[in-house]
Design a protein around this ligand. Structure first.
Ligand SMILES: [Zn+2]
Length: 146
């Protein structure tokens, strides 16, 4: 009887054991599986986690553009991906923060402007009041409301 070989799918990571290479086809992707360069007994003596790691590394190796960038084990790559995602998030939050600060500055400037205008108006009213003769009580009453 022929010995079983380990085959895996480069695309989805599915793996299975076959005697004949012609049977080694991925049920999910419908593409031929790749033979793993490790015998069946050694492979099955690995833990499920170790098998996953091995197949994952093989999958990464199968993509040339990835192999150029990834030389560290999969776990490190995952950490770098996480760091990358977090860094991106921080940058987005920083951008949002600076936008909020700009809005706040603009609001400050606008309020300050309004206050100055109001102050100038008060000043003007005060000068008008000084011009009005004391007899004209009606107008003085009206202006007092300001
Ligand atoms: Zn597949």
């Amino acid at each position: 009887m022929r010995e079983l070989s380990v085959y895996y799918c480069n695309k989805c990571g599915f793996y299975a054991y076959f005697q004949l290479p012609k049977n080694a086809v991925c049920h999910h992707c419908n593409i031929p599986l790749t033979r793993l360069d490790m015998n069946h007994r050694d492979f099955t003596s690995l833990s499920y986690e170790a098998r996953d790691r091995l197949i994952t590394l093989k999958m990464i190796e199968a993509v040339p553009s990835l192999t150029n960038r990834i030389t560290a084990p999969e776990k490190l790559y995952e950490q770098r991906k996480l760091v990358g995602a977090l860094t991106q998030q921080i940058l987005e939050l920083e951008a949002e923060n600076s936008k909020l600060n700009e809005t706040l500055e603009w609001m400050h400037a606008t309020i300050w402007d309004e206050l100055k205008k109001k102050q100038a108006l008060k000043e003007e009213i005060r000068r008008f009041k000084a011009l009005i003769p004391p007899a004209d009580k009606d107008v003085q009453q009206q202006l007092a409301e300001y």
